[in-house]
Design a binder for this molecule. Structure first.
Ligand code: FMN
Length: 253
């Protein structure tokens, strides 16, 4: 039976990792671009209504307002806001048998995504690195070193991240999903991470914050910062969160 590291899904993950020493030598395959919109000029067009009463739904303004936010007010995120964002992204909402279902869907209810965060400016929480203990709805303090600059630097030196109140870092315990689904499990893991981040982004909007999803990082640097064994668990996605300042032009449907 192939071990995890022999699987093509796992190899893809490692082969597409960014590394500070080799990033400039990465050769991107010459793949031709394609239009952002797919058009069927010969198809009958059916206009969609935009005068929905559903516009009153509470989620509508959150979706309408959401923009990737890279400029933050210096104001801290409160513990309540942080707790809400953690719950919204990975909180347990129902139990059935040995399953604990969460806010975000997960293939096979296997929940491969672990949530870490670097707290830079959270009320009543010293700066440092934390892990979200989903089972007990609590935090594990992993370090009391302010890691804002280190995280920004590990994310290809995206300087705005150092100003974020919190940077969420999501890893995957690869075996959790691939032991059941094999190589196809890698797709599920990546999809799961997307669900988690999207829930977080909407929860950030709902709490007067804004978020920017980040996928450009030196994988091994972030893994090392979090003390992960990259053979078993690796960072997949990051999001910087902070108080909203910029009033951006909205484009209504
Ligand atoms: C998978 C993914 C990776 C991203 N990585 C970064 C990143 O590393 N740095 C950054 O500034 N924005 C990043 N973004 C944000 C995109 O640039 C942003 O979603 C896009 O420009 C559309 O703008 P909007 O989110 O404001 O609608 C990422 C978004 C996605 C979905």
């Amino acid at each position: 039976m192939p071990e995890l590291s022999d699987c093509s899904g796992y190899k893809y993950l490692r082969d597409s990792a960014y590394n500070r020493e080799t990033i400039r030598q990465i050769k991107r395959p010459a793949i031709a671009q394609v239009d952002t919109f797919k058009r069927y000029p010969d198809a009958e067009k059916i206009k969609l209504p935009t005068d929905w009463t559903l516009k009153e739904a509470r989620i509508t303004p959150l979706l309408q307002k959401r923009r990737s936010l890279r400029k933050y007010e210096s104001e801290s995120v409160t513990m309540e806001e942080l707790a809400f964002m953690l719950w919204a992204s990975q909180g347990i909402t129902a139990k059935s048998g040995h399953y604990s279902f969460r806010t975000a869907p997960s293939a096979g209810a296997l929940y491969p995504i672990e949530t870490y965060f670097s707290a830079n400016s959270v009320e009543d929480l010293p700066p440092g690195l934390y892990h979200f203990d989903v089972e007990n709805f609590s935090l594990d303090r992993l370090s009391t070193t302010d890691s804002a600059e280190v995280v920004a630097n590990a994310c290809l030196n995206q300087k705005f991240m150092a100003q974020a109140a919190v940077s969420f870092l999501w890893s995957a315990v690869i075996r959790r999903t691939m032991s059941k689904y094999g190589n196809r499990g890698m797709r599920y893991i990546l999809l799961d991470a997307g669900h988690v981040c999207q829930n977080l982004v909407i929860a950030a909007e709902a709490t007067g914050n804004g978020a920017c999803p980040i996928a450009a990082f030196y994988d091994d640097e972030v893994n090392e910062l979090l003390g992960l064994d990259p053979e078993e668990e690796t960072v997949l996605y990051v999001a910087a969160v902070g108080k909203r300042v910029v009033k951006q032009k909205q484009c209504s449907v």
